[in-house]
Design a protein around this ligand. Structure first.
Ligand SMILES: Cc1cc2nc3c(=O)[nH]c(=O)nc-3n(C[C@H](O)[C@H](O)[C@H](O)COP(=O)(O)OP(=O)(O)OC[C@H]3O[C@@H](n4cnc5c(N)ncnc54)[C@H](O)[C@@H]3O)c2cc1C
Length: 375
């Protein structure tokens, strides 16, 4: 059971670690947040940061977690502390069968204004209606600013007494009699009764140092930003083959790859540079030509490649591992920005009361018992 007293050390100042530190800040325990580089410089910095409502059955707890997160965001958007652009998310189908599936999803979603669209309605987004069978729009989704969120949380955590150290790398986790006793950093040792691994794509490295096994792998997230002839609005739009597009400003289009399938994932070295490949550029050009003929040939103005940390079921792992006091908060796949406020709030409740909130039950490490042997 996680100790309910003593210092909590959070490793990783991305959106997940910062949210945990922020939510713990209002409690009684000392909290230290350690970041090897700058706050938000990991996956959070390469994210396109769309809040995405959950579609699908509610049994996994995902409805509840996203509602919790959305409520946290909405309160700060309403009073002007965080920015948000409500552009919606659009999922496109090519066959009637796929369109029927999307329509069924609509009734399960957390966005009550979700609506299905016929091909002619999709033309309003510049989509060639002859290429598609329909779509599902969740209009209340939209774009957040991940850097702004991290700074917002970090400032308030600091004001409430959290010690935040950037440029501080955790090189080892110290244990005594099978329990965590602190961490070793490049600047010395720090004592703590709980260590949270919120190290994003570096989480598997820290697990290795402690001898903990968890099914976490990486997928690449290449992004290209193109100047186009677009004049229609374009929500975050998911197309075939895992390609998504989103309108940026008046005429730009951002295109990315939503590869988050664990089976196709591997373990990358997060410190290793990953250029955007020529084949990805060609894939995007092909999608533009087929679905958005009015956009013309896009002119490349920016590109980058992020790393997602994925699990076999696409949900994060938020749980204590075999070493007492060593807690994983990693693997949010493509939804870490969406989920971070909920993860932070639920972890803080758990560490303060000792009782794990029900919404964390479906994020247990134990759900992957057979996968752990093969991780
Ligand atoms: C291209 C792309 C697009 C995305 N789009 C969306 C989206 O639209 N919506 C959405 O909800 N999610 C999206 N995501 C996913 C989301 O960005 C991530 O799930 C989220 O940012 C992960 O945050 P994190 O805090 O877990 O990890 P990170 O942001 O990677 O933070 C981990 C931090 O730990 C630090 N660290 C690592 N090891 C150590 C150590 N040993 N000591 C100290 N510090 C350490 C790192 O420097 C890093 O800053 C996207 C991801 C990508 C790649």
């Amino acid at each position: 059971m996680v100790a309910t007293d003593g210092p909590v050390i959070v490793v990783g100042g991305g959106i997940v670690g910062t949210s945990i530190a922020y939510h713990l800040a209002s409690g009684e325990r000392p909290v230290v947040l350690l970041e090897r580089d700058r706050l938000g410089s990991g996956t959070t910095g390469s994210s396109i940061a769309q809040f995405v409502a959950h579609l699908g059955p509610s049994d996994s707890g995902e409805h509840g977690r996203r509602r919790l997160a959305r409520d946290w965001y909405d309160a700060r958007i309403a009073d002007g502390q965080l920015s948000f652009e409500e552009i919606g998310t659009l999922r496109i189908s090519r066959t009637e069968r796929e369109f029927e599936r999307l329509k069924r999803l609509k009734s399960h979603g957390t966005d009550v204004r979700a609506r299905s669209l016929r091909p002619q309605e999709l033309a309003a987004y510049g989509i060639d209606p002859d290429r598609v069978s329909g779509g599902l729009l969740t209009p209340t989704d939209g774009v957040l600013d991940p850097g702004q969120i991290v700074q917002y949380m970090a400032e308030r955590a600091r004001d409430a007494g959290v010690r935040i150290e950037t440029g501080t790398e955790v090189t080892d986790v110290r244990t005594e009699d099978g329990s965590v006793s602190g961490v070793q950093t490049n600047g010395g040792t720090i004592e703590g009764s709980v260590v949270v691994n919120a190290a994003g794509p570096w989480a598997p490295e820290l697990n290795d140092a402690v001898g903990v096994s968890a099914p976490l792998r990486h997928t690449e997230g290449p992004i290209v930003v193109l100047e186009t002839d677009r004049s229609d609005p374009l929500p975050l739009t998911f197309l075939e083959g895992g390609i998504y597009l989103r309108g940026e400003g008046a005429s730009k289009v951002l295109a990315g790859s939503f590869a988050s399938d664990y089976e196709g994932a591997t373990r990358h070295d997060p410190d290793h540079a990953r250029p955007v490949t020529q084949s990805f550029h060609l894939e995007v050009a092909d999608v533009l030509e087929r679905y958005f003929p009015s956009y013309g040939d896009g002119k490349l103005i920016n590109e980058w490649n992020g790393l997602r940390t994925v699990t076999p079921d696409g949900r994060p792992i938020v749980d204590e591992a075999a070493v007492d006091g060593y807690v994983l908060a990693a693997g949010p796949s493509g939804y870490g920005v969406t989920l971070a406020p909920a993860i932070g709030r639920l972890v803080a409740e758990w560490f303060e009361t000792g009782g794990k909130p029900a919404l964390l039950e479906s994020l247990s490490l134990g759900r992957f018992e057979s996968a752990i042997e093969h991780a």
